[in-house]
Design a binder for this molecule. Structure first.
Ligand code: TXA
Ligand code: MG
Length: 322
């Protein structure tokens, strides 16, 4: 590690210890971190993001062994998932210890926990010596950041520091799974670890309630219908529909498409049609379309419902919800 990075990490760790807000890269998206055990620091996260207090935060740890510092109980199935998938894009909701402030869990009995698969993030947490609460580092309900520049665009004057960690490798948020002893795991948010990969380890998992039922539902507090949203109107096309050939049309396309010059701006997520590659560029491409002058309405089609496609479709439908 360079001396410069090491001194940035020390500065960031000291800021966390003294109640500051530090944005940092993880393998999924950039997080906006604060000391999870310091309610005042956590309150600053909600203020900076303008996030409602009913939406709880994920606690990030430096290593799997630290899980018992914030979880009161780690059921067998959670132990297995931890041994397979941490560090990585899997968040587990486990019974909380009382040391975790109510603000972090929004008063719920479970606390969401993960160990990020980004060496710099883990080193930051290790040096700070505290668990780090971190939502995605974007204003509430807006597009998630996958570079330090994205973070600075909207939050520069509300936070103490951004640690440069490059572009995020996975590009969409972690999968959130609620674990209750004696029950099947419940998928609260599809994300960077595909459902099939989890099911290959622990058998079938329960899916979230249908979108119609979930507004305000306490099982999955963060699953708001409008989320990850561009400022511009976004439309999801059926297979039979075509985006209008017009300069005001923006297209977010999974693969290459014929005659792209028909449209104002086209973003191709993966010429090879690879879902991992598409996930890694999804939020950045959505931002470029949102910022493109002259483009007024954004069009996209659903992804195949497999692998990371489940998480991408979830983000797409929430981005298009008005
Ligand atoms: O990949 C990620 O998970 C990123 C990086 C920074 O780690 N973080 C992230 O945090 O996406 P956020 O706050 O944007 O999304 C956290 C999700 C929300 O949907 C929230 O409702 C859910 O996790 N969640 C957090 N704590 C929970 C809890 N105690 N019970 C149920 N759901 C919880
Ligand atoms: Mg978020």
């Amino acid at each position: 590690m360079s001396a410069e990075l090491s001194s940035d990490l020390n500065r960031a760790a000291t800021l966390l210890q003294s109640g500051g807000l530090v944005a940092f890269a993880t393998e999924t998206v950039y997080g906006l971190g604060a000391n999870a055990l310091d309610s005042r620091a956590v309150a600053r996260i909600f203020a900076a993001k303008q996030r409602p207090h009913f939406d709880p935060l994920i606690v990030h740890l430096a290593d799997s062994e630290s899980v018992t510092t914030v979880a009161a109980e780690v059921p067998e199935i959670a132990r297995h998932l931890i041994s397979k998938f941490w560090p990585g894009p899997l968040t587990l909701v486990l019974p909380r210890k009382l040391i975790v402030p109510d603000l972090v869990t929004a008063g719920l009995p479970g606390v969401a926990i993960r160990v990020p698969d980004h060496p710099q993030a883990r080193e930051l947490i290790r040096r700070s010596g505290v668990p780090v609460a971190a939502p995605s580092a974007n204003p509430f309900s807006r597009i998630s950041p996958t570079t330090a520049e994205h973070v600075l665009q909207h939050l520069a004057d509300r936070i103490d520091m951004v640690l440069q960690g490059g572009a995020c490798r996975i590009g969409i948020e972690s999968t959130v799974l609620k674990i209750t002893a004696g029950e099947s795991p419940l998928l609260l948010r599809p994300g960077g670890l595909p459902r099939e990969v989890i099911e290959a380890e622990v058998g079938s998992i329960l899916l979230p309630p249908g979108d119609g039922e979930e507004e305000g539902a306490q099982v999955a507090p963060g699953r708001l219908l409008k989320h990850y949203a561009p400022r511009k109107k976004m439309v999801i096309l059926t297979d039979a529909e075509e985006p209008p050939a017009h300069a005001s049309t923006g297209v977010l396309s999974f693969r290459t498409l014929p005659n792209p010059e028909r449209f104002g701006k086209v973003e191709i997520l993966s010429t090879a049609g690879d879902l991992c590659e598409a996930a890694a560029s999804f939020f950045a491409a959505l931002r470029r379309l949102d910022d493109a002058p002259g483009v007024e309405v954004l069009y996209a089609r659903r992804f195949p419902d497999e692998g990371l496609g489940l998480a991408l479709n979830d983000r797409l439908s929430r981005a298009a919800h008005s």
